[in-house]
Design a protein around this ligand. Structure first.
Ligand code: CTP
Ligand code: CA
Length: 222
């Protein structure tokens, strides 16, 4: 889709998107992370920009370039991402949390490189703060969109997450399907709305899917 053919449905709106994995440090040279490429979040940022929005992209390490014309803020950990998003939350009309935030982080972060010891090593993990849930508790006028990656019971898990995190929309990926989702250029998702409505968005490029998703969200912008 060429940018000039995208309707300016988001003209003047403030849109914040999170993308990519988070990085949770173990020591100065090691970390825990995940397979997220950031492609879906970057596609959303690009599409929102083309639709006329002011876009802020808060991102972990990306496998694709940051698009021109968006305000990009690089972060590492989930707690950095939380602070960065919270500081900008009040100004936003639409917040889309497509980042793959780590659920756990090492309980102790070593300031020196951890030395090899003989025998097994145990790293104790603690739960991270749920950014989306925190935003759901704080939202006033903002439209809030979450993502979910599931391998089973997609619909049930999606509905649970909508209720638990107080989101307006949830975009659910079936990650058990080969070559869509995480690292792919294509995606196929189910879009659930808080009122129970849902629609299947068939396999297409992440760019095309981004335009379609944003076209749904704009209907509910306040
Ligand atoms: N999320 C978040 N902060 C976290 C974990 C998840 O903001 N610490 C957000 C993700 O960005 C995503 C949504 O919550 O938009 C759903 O993430 P997901 O991993 O599917 O849900 P979880 O609640 O972590 O449940 P689980 O991993 O057990 O499926
Ligand atoms: Ca999770």
């Amino acid at each position: 889709i060429e940018s000039q053919f995208v309707p300016k449905h988001l003209l003047g709106k403030q849109v914040l998107i999170t993308a990519g994995p988070t990085v949770e440090r173990i020591d100065p040279v090691r970390f825990l992370s995940n397979d997220s490429s950031g492609k879906m979040g970057v596609a959303l940022a690009e599409a929102a920009r083309d639709m006329g929005a002011y876009v802020t992209l808060v991102h972990g390490p990306l496998q694709v370039p940051v698009p021109d014309g968006v305000t990009a803020i690089a972060v590492e950990s989930g707690s950095d991402m939380l602070a960065t998003v919270l500081a900008r939350f009040d100004d936003q009309d639409l917040v889309i949390k497509s980042a793959a935030v780590a659920d756990y982080r090492p309980k102790t972060v070593h300031t020196e490189k951890h030395k090899k010891v003989h025998g097994p090593l145990t790293i104790e993990l603690e739960e991270t703060t749920d950014i989306l849930k925190t935003l759901g508790e704080k939202k006033t006028h903002q439209l809030l969109v979450g993502f979910a990656a599931e391998t089973e019971n997609l619909e049930q898990h999606a509905r649970d997450k909508i209720a638990r995190k107080r989101v307006d929309y949830l975009v659910a990926n079936d990650v058990s399907q080969p070559d869509i989702g995480f690292r792919s250029d294509d995606n196929e998702v189910m879009l659930f709305r808080a009122d129970g409505a849902h629609v299947r968005l068939p396999r297409q490029s992440k760019r095309e899917l981004a335009v379609e998703l944003l076209t749904h969200f704009k209907e509910d912008l306040r």
